[in-house]
Design a protein around this ligand. Sequence first.
Ligand code: GLV
Ligand code: MN
Ligand code: MN
Length: 408
Amino acid sequence: MTAISVADAKYALALCDRIAAHTDVPGTITRTFLSPATRDVHALLTAEMRALGMTVRTDSAGNLRGLYPADAPEAPVLLLGSHIDTVPNAGRYDGILGVAVPLALLRAINGKRLPFAIEIIAFSEEEGIRFKLPFIGSRALIGELGPDELARTDADGITLAQAIRNFGLDPANLADAAITPDTFTFLEVHIEQGPLLESLSLPLGIVEAIVAQSRFELTFSGQANHAGTTPMDLRRDALTAAAAFISSVEALACSTRGLVATVGVIHALPGAPNIIPGTVTCSLDIRHADDAIRDSNAGQLLAQVTADCLRRGIGVTIRETSTQRSMPMDVALAGALAEAVSRTGRQPHRMNSGAGHDAMMLAGKIPSAMLFLRTPGGLSHHPDESVALPDVQAALETCMRLLETLTH
Ligand code: GLV
Ligand code: MN
Ligand code: MN
């Protein structure tokens, strides 16, 4: 049994700090798909992976992948990892900790070879910010990054295919990202990003299922006009229509058990205090553990906004930008992970994940599991996001126990 030291946990947290220093927007932590700062993070992680005895490559979807060899050739591969892109003005642990903890685990293993290889992957994209398409990195592993996705454009009109080329990679080679048949398990370590574990005074959670999520973009088209001369009853204000929609989103989510719905982006044009807004675009993110409930509530909201806009004389177009079905984690693996938590002397807590994760893409292809760490204050997608050193040590001890189980 290899022991985990507090130094291993400190190494993981220091790595998160070092990665946080690489940002596209100074003064914040912001890294989108294959952005300039991502190149620096790749250089940092490559050096770290090589120092730990791994061979390193970047696949054609921009995922950085380190391989730690097994004690014999042609052994199966255990895949560990998470994403290194961020939301705008992010914290330093969402995704990143799921790369840092596996590297700290290798540090603790200290050169010992196991009967399986360990691949650590830093997924290029999970948040869906740059191309309004989440899970770009993990989609490539399961063969779901095709021509439609590659043709998506970012705010500057750059296609996803071109962004890959601009990073020095070839989107025609995406097969090199596919999960290999010898990969037998995926484990993602992630902060919980919610308040549940903290409320139970427990450091670790085992994910049973990841909830469904859909995202839409709505465009409201009214008539921009003079704010002083246009009487209220003769206006076609796109922003007041959008405001009514946002209120309906909140009202429905508050009255539907388990439903969460968010309008997180809104742009009003032309954007001056003395002009009635003519065009408004906004997002809708809607989630529920049950696909059917999520779908029917999304349908209700979109039908309602269509009818309301008709009444107001406002045009509305709705584009579904992404949809993910809810995804159960592997039952046996979740059991092994819970057992590993128990063997460290801690109480495992089974829970669902309200956040989306790369594991929900991989779970359709290979047995996948997620280990959650308590998130102080339940605060995430925020610069004050944090995690406690003893909880990182608990996660490392659990991962080590799981490696022992997989070894026998
Ligand atoms: C990922 O962070 C998500 O939005 O679920
Ligand atoms: Mn996130
Ligand atoms: Mn994440």
